[in-house]
Ligand binder design. Structure first.
Ligand SMILES: Cc1cc2nc3c(=O)[nH]c(=O)nc-3n(C[C@H](O)[C@H](O)[C@H](O)COP(=O)(O)O)c2cc1C
Length: 542
């Protein structure tokens, strides 16, 4: 452990230690100076509070910052403009507002999540969005909403929940966070995406359904040169816990960027899960070595499906050059090989660490990426064979309903579930000093995250979010959230004019790309320039 970590670790306990030391010193001194008894009582009280903080299981921040951690809760309750000096920058500088996170915390704790006095949203402003309700609402009893994933070539289809834990690798997250997420998924009957860091013992111990993600590092299924190893893959994919296989092409927060886990952060468990040595930096290249063209990519999908005994195989990407996605679709048509699912990640997605320019300005936002992929598959009559997942800041029932209305079959969330396991958005994921033990490999810090307590919160968050989603679908007069359509979504484009999702994000007609008879939104010109044999453009366009 580096000098900085050691210091950072002890500083966390400094206030507590000081209280104990002062209690002892002043206690002795009070034998001679009776008036010191009052401060002795105060510090003894604070010391007792500190002991309680270290031993209690509910609040990670107090386990990691005994006594001083209470300041956070006090500041939470007083006005934000004071709070920001002590805790975090103001609302505009954090991905999720305090209100947005508060709902997640309440649903995770199974406490009342209703709001009094009406909305705080600027309903008269441009950009405001809402869903239309019905005068004949429905009461949906069973809120365990599922989607069937598996195309014609898949022999082991999976009935997934419409809300699952998005990819976050063991390494980006702590062992305790992975355990809590996976045990929560097991309790709630939903899936947990491994992220590109391989399947760890903490995933296995939890027993929850896994979506095994394969990134450019082929962690857990690689040979000594870092290339894909089919034999190792067949063994890993045969596990009953593995329900689906996901090839990671990119994630919204850092599209086209590989990753690197410094050797100093590689613990024996991470090395075991990834199949990498501990004495070298662990590199994820920017692109795959197992395929280089759309046709090769389809062959790789077929290989994985065969090696996994027919489990659903798909890929995840943030839409970049739209023509490249169309190249993949052309290869699907020419080979007859189709993925069972595609996950569209929005540029607004999260990550453990990404360069600012990438985090801010590379990759397509979710709504546009999702609509584009959905319509391209409709354009070639492949939409029914391929399920679409969506991710990118989808933590409330409205976010999920909107994604389903715009073409998704299910939704994944990463940071929503991070909040459920205690993340306070300290944005210290890249420092190894996460204050709540969620995104750190420091065993002392992750001690703060008590797995059984947080696993229950993960399951609660999922259950209560599905309940809210069911209530919204019922209010709209629907039997299931997957019946949300673009016309259910309304938005105020400018101060005065109101438009429907159907006008802005319409479903394009089935087969329009094959017939080449509808050139709205520029699909056709890109389709004509897409090729199955190469991702490279055969002219200057993208
Ligand atoms: C800490 C962290 C680690 C992540 N690791 C991965 C990963 O290994 N593979 C991947 O495809 N996406 C990864 N992501 C992206 C998420 O899976 C997800 O696509 C994105 O964050 C959008 O979801 P969200 O807005 O609900 O967080 C990670 C995100 C976070 C916050």
């Amino acid at each position: 452990m580096c000098g900085g970590c050691l210091m950072a670790n002890w500083i966390r306990f400094l206030t507590f230690f000081l209280c104990v030391a002062l209690t002892v010193v002043l206690g002795i001194a009070s034998i001679w100076e009776g008036w010191l008894l009052l401060p002795v009582l105060v510090f003894a009280g604070l010391s007792a509070l500190g002991i309680r903080d270290v031993l209690q299981k509910k609040h990670s921040i107090l386990r990691n910052y005994p006594v001083i951690g209470h300041l956070r809760f006090i500041l939470e309750d007083i006005r934000p403009e004071i709070r920001q000096y002590f805790v975090e920058s103001d609302e505009d500088e954090v991905p999720f507002s305090r209100e947005a996170r508060a709902i997640v915390y309440q649903r995770a704790k199974n406490v009342e999540d209703k709001r009094p006095f009406g909305t705080k949203q600027r309903v008269n402003g441009a950009g405001y969005q809402w869903l239309t309700h019905s005068v004949v609402p429905k009461k949906i009893e069973n809120k365990d909403f599922r989607v069937h994933i598996g195309g014609p070539d898949c022999t082991q289809p999976y009935d997934a929940s419409v809300y699952n834990i998005s990819a976050m690798s063991f390494g980006a997250l702590s062992a305790n966070a992975i355990s809590a997420l996976n045990q929560g998924a097991k309790m709630g009957g939903f899936a947990h995406d491994t992220g590109e860091g391989g399947i760890s013992r903490y995933h296995r111990e939890g027993g929850g359904d896994l979506i095994f993600e394969i990134g450019t590092g082929y962690f857990g299924v690689r040979d000594e040169h870092g290339n894909f190893d089919p034999d190792k893959f067949a063994v890993v994919a045969a596990s009953a816990q593995v329900k689906m296989i996901e090839i990671k092409l990119s994630q919204g927060a850092k599209p086209g960027q590989g990753g690197m886990l410094p050797a100093s952060k590689i613990s024996p468990e991470i090395a075991e899960a990834r199949g990498v040595p501990m004495d070298k930096d662990c590199i994820s290249p920017a692109s795959h070595s197992a395929f280089g063209t759309p046709l090769e990519m389809m062959a790789f999908i077929k290989q994985l499906r065969d090696l996994s005994g027919g489990k659903p195989v798909g890929f995840k990407l943030c839409i970049g050059h739209r023509r490249e996605f169309m190249c993949m679709v052309r290869a699907m048509l020419e080979t007859g090989i189709t993925p069972d699912f595609i996950v569209i990640d929005g540029k607004e997605g999260g990550t453990g660490a990404a360069p600012l320019e990438f985090a801010n300005h590379m990759g397509m936002p979710l709504v546009e990426g999702l609509t584009f992929a959905h319509n391209t598959l409709r354009g070639v009559n492949l939409r029914d064979r391929i399920a679409i997942g969506a991710s990118g800041k989808l933590i409330h029932a409205f976010d999920i309903a909107r994604a389903l209305a715009l073409g998704a079959d299910w939704v994944n969330s990463a940071r929503g579930f991070m909040f459920a396991v205690g993340c306070i958005q300290a944005q210290a994921c890249h420092t190894n000093h996460c204050p709540t033990g969620v995104a750190t490999q420091d065993p002392r810090r992750q001690r703060a995250l008590v797995v059984p307590d947080k696993a229950q919160r993960v399951a609660n968050f999922h259950k209560n979010t599905m309940k809210a989603l069911g209530d919204m679908a019922g209010a709209a007069g629907l039997d299931h959230p997957s019946s949300f359509q673009p016309h259910h979504l309304m938005m105020r484009e400018k101060e005065r004019n109101m438009v429907t999702g159907e006008e802005v994000y319409p479903y394009m007609p089935e087969g329009f790309l094959l017939r080449e008879d509808d050139d709205r939104f520029g699909y056709l010109q890109r389709w004509r320039r897409a090729a199955s044999a190469s991702f490279a453009p055969f002219d200057q366009g993208v």
